[in-house]
Design a protein around this ligand. Structure first.
Ligand SMILES: [Zn+2]
Length: 430
């Protein structure tokens, strides 16, 4: 079941709530986290859990019973967590609130709300939050969430956390004049001024209708990597709306400006195209990964980059997804556990379970790829190795044994069944 946490907003913090609503984020001060065991209350909240904000009502320093019987709150806001507790010092509110959660705000309603509408548990949690400087207090949210969920959803033209005011929302995709890859500026606010990244607080700028305009990577890519033209963005480092925005970019093919942290602040890496989005299943739920491929530099006299051909994009997608599987297993074969190393570099192959080409048309997705050594890859493609629905490896003259697998790597059993049937039928006819 989804958790619900309650946050009481005192009169003096109402402006902060407006900022939070506009930005899709909420934050706490250091003191709030240090006292009252704040971290342990907030940390369990995960993607999809509810947060209910309330304002108004009587002095909270009265008894639970009196508060329950007498309190009438005047405004309630319902949100869900899109990024659990993290730290960020970049300014959002006046004052420092570095302990943050990204939220998708669903409902914002003013009226009169009592225990009859919200439930006794909600009222008590709000009272406690009011007495604990706005800490998030877990409580029984069944009634409150059910009641608030009936109100019309907030409609915003800008998605949360891209937070660009409507008046600034002239879309600007592609190359920005006089900004070349490699240029470094000290802060994201400088990049905002150059119209490269229009919101210094956002990870991704853009919207669900037209896709991403620009994004900021969490870390600088290693230029020594063989796939230096590819960058990976992992969903939890961006809010859920950012995932939707980046998925849109893959569909419409528009270029995305990419910035990365660097020693001198932030460096512009150039224009990229989103070439793949895929899910990685984790214990806590699925993560969305995005793969972006660098576009060639614009020709002289034009601001539009040359786009790569579909064939090249296809190869890049294949490489990027297979690369992820190899990283999962540290280049160790999932069948024989061999890890090949040459000149200090590990080598493994990404083997498609259902082949990509010809009549097979297998998906180029992580669920359809195994990390294998070249020998096992060859045997697998020839049908000398098949894998059952119980993930046991069947190999000639060997007792079936378990395929080496990590939980993050979801393997598509339907593709294994396809591979199995392909080779079982072949062995019968020969
Ligand atoms: Zn092997």
């Amino acid at each position: 079941m989804r958790r619900t946490g309650f946050i009481y907003i005192p009169q003096e913090s109402r402006d902060n709530l407006e900022i939070g609503l506009a930005r899709g984020v909420w934050g706490w001060k250091d003191q709030a986290m240090a006292r009252q065991d704040g971290t342990s209350k907030i940390r369990p909240f995960e993607f999809g859990d509810y947060v209910v904000f309330g304002t108004g009502g009587p002095n909270p320093r009265i008894s639970t019973e009196r508060y329950r019987d007498e309190a009438t709150l005047t405004r309630m806001v319902l949100a869900t967590v899109v990024r659990p507790l993290y730290q960020d010092d970049r300014p959002v509110w006046p004052g420092e609130f570095p302990h943050r959660m990204d939220l998708e705000f669903l409902v914002d309603h003013s009226g009169s709300f009592t225990a009859a509408e919200l439930g006794d548990g909600a009222l008590e949690a709000l009272r406690q939050s009011a007495n604990r400087i706005g800490l998030l207090v877990p409580g029984d949210g069944l009634r409150a969430v059910g009641y608030l969920g009936e109100f019309p959803r907030i409609t915003t033209s800008a998605p949360p956390l891209t937070g660009v005011p409507a008046t600034h929302r002239t879309q600007r995709y592609g190359q920005v004049r006089e900004v070349r890859p490699g240029l470094e500026l000290p802060t994201l606010a400088d990049w905002e001024q150059r119209k490269v990244h229009r919101d210094p607080v956002a990870v991704v700028c853009g919207d669900r209708t037209d896709g991403a305009e620009s994004l900021v990577l969490a870390a600088e890519p290693d230029p020594a990597q063989p796939e230096a033209d590819l960058v990976h963005v992992v969903g939890p480092d961006a809010p859920a709306t950012a995932n939707a925005v980046l998925t849109k970019s893959r569909d419409n093919g528009k270029s995305v400006r990419v910035l990365s942290p660097s020693t001198g602040g932030f460096r512009y890496l150039g224009l990229y195209q989103v070439v793949d989005n895929y899910l990685v299943h984790q214990a806590g739920g699925a993560e969305t990964h995005h793969v972006l491929s660098r576009l060639a530099e614009p020709k002289a006299g034009t601001d539009q980059p040359e786009t790569r051909t579909a064939v090249v994009t296809r190869r890049i997608r294949s490489t990027a997804v297979a690369e992820q599987v190899k990283v999962f297993y540290n280049h160790t074969c999932q069948v024989c556990r061999t890890r090949l190393v040459a000149a200090g570099r590990a080598y493994a192959e990404g083997a498609h379970i259902r082949p990509l080409g010809g009549r097979h048309e297998g998906p180029d997705r992580i669920e359809n790829i195994l990390c294998l050594c070249p020998n096992c890859h060859t045997l697998f493609d020839l049908g000398g190795i098949v894998i059952g629905q119980d993930l046991k490896v069947h190999q000639e003259n060997v007792m079936p044994f378990d395929l080496h697998r990590i939980p993050q790597h979801a393997i598509d059993l339907a593709q294994l069944a396809y591979h199995w049937s392909l080779h079982r039928s072949k062995s019968r006819t020969t």
